[in-house]
Design a protein around this ligand. Structure first.
Ligand code: URP
Ligand code: ZN
Ligand code: ZN
Length: 463
């Protein structure tokens, strides 16, 4: 079965052009100024994209779906989260595997992969968090990489006693990553400093969600970046800093990069669009906006958007970590330290970045594509299969109306969370049609009833 997308503007990371796109099976087979449908088989489906953008399927490099965390479990499953992702134009996700400190990496990988195989409608891959690092864990990490199951690790310099990695393990893990050619993604804060600050604030009776940000200020994130980059510089490991929230952290990463460290930077939609005043909302509503690193002062947006524009921030993900307000966030009514951290945005990311980045003139459309698709494919070893509209690439394609206007509403959300963090905010741009490896999974902005399964994307070490 073939499908022709006519008259659209194809936008890749290096520019945009008026091109027709022919899809045959799961692959893009032709890309030409004009492809005449009368030369194609009669059963070819034709989509008219006049006035529309034709983007490569968006890639979210930072997603939590199965997430046992802070005494509860994230509320989405793979079916709900990836329907939401498709509705928002995301065709490939990289999910964080977050095992407990006792769990064996091989078992954790099996659990997460099994759940995704059962329920994911997006293509999927994983970053494997290294929470346990001993002889057995090292052996299993080696096996998983050799088998093509894992090509990126995740570490946490945060969440003391739960997910954090000690310095005595950080150094040998980065050495292992370097030997295997595996990039290490990292949550950069300082677990000890956060722990001490939380204890101090709670002892002072400062228990509401508005104290979450002061408990982990920008300096703590910036020092975490510096710490990671120092270890990366010493070991030669390639590292990727997730959910960068402020200029100080970005500056430390840029400095390390200028000194020769192989470091890439991610930011996420909530940090680019929301600010800490949302977490200061009365009647505990601020809990909806508690994530780590925290939402910052609105002034930080300029530094982050400048980083996206000059491409020192390579990627924009979501850090989708969905917890209900009622029954989950409210576990922290008496102490902000018990509010499950996370803001869902897997469905809203592309429209948010289009609205607040492209339509405000902060970034152009190729940069938008680079940050929301191409760089994730390049950094994590999926390019040019993913992240580009090119002959031979997977036919992951989003037909997008750049002028459609609306608002973000929980009523439209396919995630299971009982709130939308962007409720009532203006949206400019809308997903019309989405193809995942040639299959139409979104039509006229609605996910089809049976979008079918996503595929596991095996990745090889990148360096
Ligand atoms: O607040 C967040 N970010 N929740 C998910 C876990 C993590 O740190 O990525
Ligand atoms: Zn994190
Ligand atoms: Zn995360």
């Amino acid at each position: 079965m073939s499908l022709l997308i006519r008259n659209g503007t194809v936008v890749n990371a290096d520019g945009e052009h008026r091109l027709d796109v022919l899809v045959e099976g799961e692959t893009i087979s032709r890309l030409e100024p004009i492809i005449d449908p009368s030369d194609l088989p009669a059963d070819t489906e034709v989509i008219d994209a006049t006035g529309k953008c034709v983007f490569p399927g968006f890639i979210d490099p930072h997603v939590h779906i199965h997430l046992p965390f802070m005494g509860t479990n994230a509320i989405d499953d793979h079916d709900s989260a990836t329907r939401a992702a498709l509705a928002g134009g995301t065709t490939t996700i990289i999910e964080m595997i977050c095992p407990g400190p006792e769990e064996e990496p091989r078992d954790a990988f099996g659990t997460w992969k099994g759940l995704a195989e059962e329920g994911s409608h997006c293509d999927f891959s994983f970053h494997l968090s290294v929470v346990r690092f001993d002889e057995l864990a090292e052996e299993q990490l080696r096996e998983l990489v050799a088998a093509g199951e894992v090509a990126s690790f995740k570490i946490f310099l945060a969440y003391k006693g739960a997910l954090d990695i000690a310095d005595e393990n950080l150094f040998p893990l980065l050495e292992l990553a370097r030997e295997l050619g595996v990039i290490v993604t990292a949550h950069c804060e300082n677990a000890e400093a956060v722990d001490a600050m939380q204890a101090r604030l709670i002892a002072e009776g400062k228990t509401g969600p508005e104290w979450h940000e002061p408990s982990r200020p920008r300096s703590v994130e910036a020092t975490g970046v510096d710490h990671l980059c120092t270890f990366a510089g010493l070991t030669g490991a390639h590292v990727y800093i997730v959910h960068t929230s402020c200029g100080a952290a970005l500056e430390n990463a840029k400095e390390a990069r200028a000194a020769g460290t192989q470091v890439w930077v991610e930011s996420v939609a909530p940090h680019l669009v929301l600010d800490k005043s949302w977490a200061e909302r009365p009647d505990f509503e601020g809990a909806k906006f508690v994530m780590s690193p925290p939402l910052r002062d609105a002034e930080e947006h300029d530094a982050l958007w400048a980083g996206v524009a000059d491409r020192s921030i390579s990627t924009i993900g979501t850090d989708h970590a969905p917890f209900n307000f009622k029954g989950q966030k409210d576990m922290g009514l008496d102490a902000f330290t018990r509010i499950p951290n996370g803001i869902p945005s897997i469905q809203e990311r592309v429209d948010l970045i289009h609205t607040h980045g492209v339509r405000t003139g902060r970034i152009d459309r190729p940069t938008f594509v680079d940050a929301c698709s191409t760089q994730a494919a390049r950094i994590f070893g999926m390019y040019p299969r993913k992240g580009v509209i090119a002959v031979g690439s997977d036919a992951d394609i989003v037909v997008y109306d750049p002028d459609a206007k609306g608002t973000f509403r929980h009523a439209d959300s396919l995630s299971r969370t009982d709130y939308c963090g962007f409720e009532g905010m203006e949206r400019i741009g809308a997903v019309e049609t989405v193809l995942r490896r040639g299959a139409v999974v979104v039509r006229e902005g609605t996910v089809v009833e049976d979008p079918g399964p996503g595929a596991f994307i095996s990745r090889a070490p990148t360096h």
